[in-house]
Structure formats: structure tokens, C-alpha cells
Design a protein around this ligand. Sequence first.
Ligand code: SF4
Length: 188
Amino acid sequence: MIGRLPEAVDETIVLLDGVYPGCCHRGAGDIFRLEGESPLRTYLAPEIVEGLKFARQQRMAHSGPGGGCYTFQRQRDGLTVQGAHCLYFGVHGCLLGDLKGPLCLNFICPPMRSDLLAVCAGDESLVGPEHDFLCIYRSLAIVSYDDPATVARELADLGRRVRLLSDRCAVFLAERPARSLYAFFNEG
Ligand code: SF4
């Protein structure tokens, strides 16, 4: 997937140490901002943030620590780069599961988004923008600040969007000789 990003064309790196974390850099998991919503709803509600932090502490107590560092060398100019993983990043990926923050739920990298748009015949209203996959920021803002009936309606709508996207992926794959969308778009 890295090779499909515009800035990665002709870019090769050699990992010298650790695990390459993709987008999971130090601090990313603790961003609770909501982008693009009303100026009065720029963060998850404080009660939700506190609840998330508490639940994360309990989960991390069982999963063991994340974090760590990595080093790679950029082949273009030989530059050695060091980075630090998100504190919830383990060697097998994110340790938080359903306790991820808004940034991790919402961002969808451009190649994956363009694949899903191809699957959905260009339906941007379903896939959502790059910074707001499936318009989850809007849902999180409503969950944070609205009344229970509105929250219930929004969650039902979000569930419908997820099911619709899943159905479209299944139909797309059923019509093609590929075992997965990843294989279809990345392995030719
Ligand atoms: S919380 Fe999980 S998904 Fe988000 S940056 Fe950290 S490791 Fe990655």
C-alpha cells in the first residue's frame, strides 16, 4: 500500500530496526479531536474521553505494553530515520480494538479510499472524504452531544452505511476472480 501513495513513487526504504508502524506514530492514538464538525463540537465529549481512558488502562493492563521505536534508511539519499510507535501499537498491530480514538477510526488512506470508490461506483456520499471515512466524525459528534433519540437514529444510520458498504464489497468480489479486495487492487 505504501508504494501506491503519490509521495512514495520511486521511494524505497529499508527497515533497519523494529516494526514499521504505518500511520501509528507516537501520540496519534490520544487525539480526540473531531474534524469538520460545528465549532462547538470539536472534541469528543469529556465524559466519553474519560471513559475511554479508563477502559484503555484496563485493556492495556491485560495486553501488555505497546510503543517502541523503529529505524529505516531511505534509499534515495541514504538518510537514516528514526521514529516512535503509538503507545498502543504492538508487534501485531493496534492493541486497543474497539477503544480506538476518532482519528484512528476516521482516517482512510487515499489508495484504499479510491479502491472503495471503485467498488461503490464513485458514491462519495457513502465512502465519505479521506478525513472522515463513512462520515464517522459526524456520528461521533452526535453521540457526544445530542439527545438519546437522535443518537439512536444516528447509530442506526451508521449501521446501515456499514452494511451497505459491506454488501457492495461482497457483490464486487462475487463478480471477479479475486479472493479479496486487497488482492484485486494490489496484486493485479
Ligand atoms: S490507537 Fe491503534 S490505530 Fe490508533 S495510532 Fe495507536 S496503534 Fe494505531
